[in-house]
Design a binder for this molecule. Structure first.
Ligand code: ADP
Length: 301
């Protein structure tokens, strides 16, 4: 097969591993930087141009679209979909997953366990907002944050009020969430491929920190997840319409709760923690599923 990897940097661990795994299995592989692609979107013969050439003949495309280029990256991916190239994750599903509110609303509508969550922009009645999520302690999150930046634990009602007021001043969208204390600074990253959890790891925050992000000094280790956790992760992936994703769960008193579904999950941490060939499993999934014009949406909707 001829496989494209939509990635800005061929040197990143995840991209490197996907190239390696594809080559090992006898495929031709090429890394394409979405920001360098251009196209005539009105032509009835969709094409993608890249550095003066027309990109053609790809059987499958692996999107590794960073959060900062979601808009243009998914537009390029959509163009490939219109050309009939099989996307590992569809553009529509990626856009959906990048909107945290929309994701939580979709998951909640289908009864997936979530931390009790409120969202707001400029609430006039902060007390009422806090009450709707059960009161302090709460976790307050900037909607646009990643890697744990903009995630604050407010222990008391007055701390929560101050933080919400400060974020209000920034005119930012925020999430106010029940603090899952019983998770004790740990979360579970479940790596889903084709509706199944193929690997999972536990990330533990460093001493004195509640955020388990590796970028915040957290550490990863192997973990055995329960059938309930496995089912919750698989279900979240299905609802989001993602073939490959990382589902982050917290272990709460009321069962596993989904914190986030990531459509471009990093491969390094999970391969290191589990010693599994995740990149290889992704390529195998593509081998089994790639067919021309095999998307649900072909970029529509
Ligand atoms: P980001 O998307 O920036 O990584 P998250 O929402 O994943 O932000 O939060 C960062 C970390 O903070 C999580 O990995 C988790 O360890 C911790 N955390 C987030 N929300 C809660 C919560 N409601 N209760 C307890 N811990 C939480």
């Amino acid at each position: 097969m001829k496989i494209a990897i939509l990635s800005r940097n061929a040197k990143l661990y995840s991209t490197r591993r996907l190239i390696e795994a594809a080559k090992q299995r006898g495929h031709e592989v090429r890394v394409i930087d979405a920001l360098r692609c251009y196209m005539n979107i009105t032509s009835n013969h969709p094409q993608v141009h890249y550095k003066g050439e027309t990109l053609d003949g790809f059987d499958a495309i692996i999107p590794r679209i960073g959060a900062s280029i979601t808009f243009y990256g998914t537009a390029v991916l959509r163009q490939f979909e219109m050309m009939g190239v099989y996307p590992l994750n569809e553009s529509v599903a990626i856009s959906r997953s990048r909107d945290k509110l929309r994701s939580l609303q979709l998951l909640s509508r289908r009864g997936v366990g979530l931390p009790v969550t409120g969202f707001a922009h400029s609430p006039d009645d902060v007390n009422d907002l806090l009450q709707t999520v059960g009161g302090a302690p709460v976790v307050i999150k900037l909607l646009e944050g990643t890697q744990g930046v903009g995630v604050v634990l407010a222990d008391t009602h007055s701390a929560a009020e101050s933080v919400i007021q400060a974020f209000n001043g920034l005119k930012a969208n925020i999430l106010v969430q029940e603090f899952i204390k019983e998770a004790r600074g740990a979360d579970l990253r479940c790596f889903v491929i084709g509706g199944k959890v193929v690997a999972s790891m536990k990330r533990q925050a460093k001493e004195g920190e509640f955020r388990s992000n590796l970028h915040q000094g957290g550490s990863a280790s192997l973990v055995r997840i329960t059938p309930e956790e496995r089912a919750a992760a698989a279900r979240a992936a299905k609802i989001m319409g993602l073939n490959v994703c990382g589902v982050d769960l917290l272990r709460s008193n009321h069962g596993p709760v989904v914190m986030e579904v990531n459509s471009s999950p990093g491969i390094e941490g999970i391969e290191m923690a589990t010693q599994k060939d995740i990149a290889g499993q992704i390529i195998t999934f593509i081998e089994k599923n790639a067919k021309p014009f095999h998307t649900k949406t072909r970029g529509k909707g």
